[in-house]
Write a protein that binds this ligand. Structure first.
Ligand SMILES: Cc1cc2nc3c(=O)[nH]c(=O)nc-3n(C[C@H](O)[C@H](O)[C@H](O)COP(=O)(O)O)c2cc1C
Length: 164
């Protein structure tokens, strides 16, 4: 229990990456954890696009003002949900898969940050040549950390818990 708490609370959003290459096996390991995410009816309506092409990374880094960390990353993984597989719940399912991948990257010792996608849906599809049934949930630039951010503040339980 304590290990689990330590694991979850030690994750940070990292936006600066070292130039050290990322071993393919680590990325594979993280993806192989993420695929175990739960989903409605176990439909698993998601795709993981692994982007290592520098030109595409540079384009993704420009989709909005908070996407810059992608530029300095060794690679990025874009999580898409598939509306043709699960028309009603693909966004929820895809978000769970994205969260699994986020934590799985932390688990294998890689750094990342969740980059927002919902204001650039068509642009992301265009850059990656993804079809319209795929909806971009999150972009994760991946690398080894070149910064050690402090924990960001969180609301207290008193503000968050309602007992009825
Ligand atoms: C849905 C979502 C979208 C986010 N979008 C961005 C983003 O576009 N760029 C960015 O630098 N960080 C982004 N973040 C990271 C948050 O800013 C970060 O998780 C939050 O400040 C808490 O910091 P921590 O992850 O280090 O605990 C996003 C996080 C989530 C969950």
């Amino acid at each position: 229990m304590h290990d689990c708490r330590e694991f979850l609370l030690s994750r940070r959003s990292v936006r600066k990456f070292s130039q050290e290459p990322v071993p393919e096996e680590l990325v594979e390991k993280a993806l192989d954890i993420a695929r175990f995410a739960p989903s409605a009816h176990n439909r698993q309506p998601w795709k993981f696009y692994v982007v290592s092409d520098k030109a595409k990374l540079a384009e993704l880094a420009k989709i909005h003002r908070w996407s810059k960390p992608i530029e300095g990353a060794q690679l990025a993984i874009v999580v898409f949900s598939d509306s043709s597989v699960s028309p009603e719940s693909h966004v929820v399912d895809g978000s769970i898969a994205a969260t699994y991948l986020w934590l799985a990257l932390h688990c294998v010792g890689l750094a990342t940050v969740w980059v927002y996608t919902l204001n650039a849906v068509q642009e992301i599809r265009r850059i990656l040549g993804a079809p319209d049934n795929l909806y971009p949930i999150a972009i994760f630039p991946v690398g080894f950390p070149a910064e050690k951010p402090p924990q960001r503040p969180r609301k207290s339980l008193d503000e968050l818990v309602v007992r009825v």
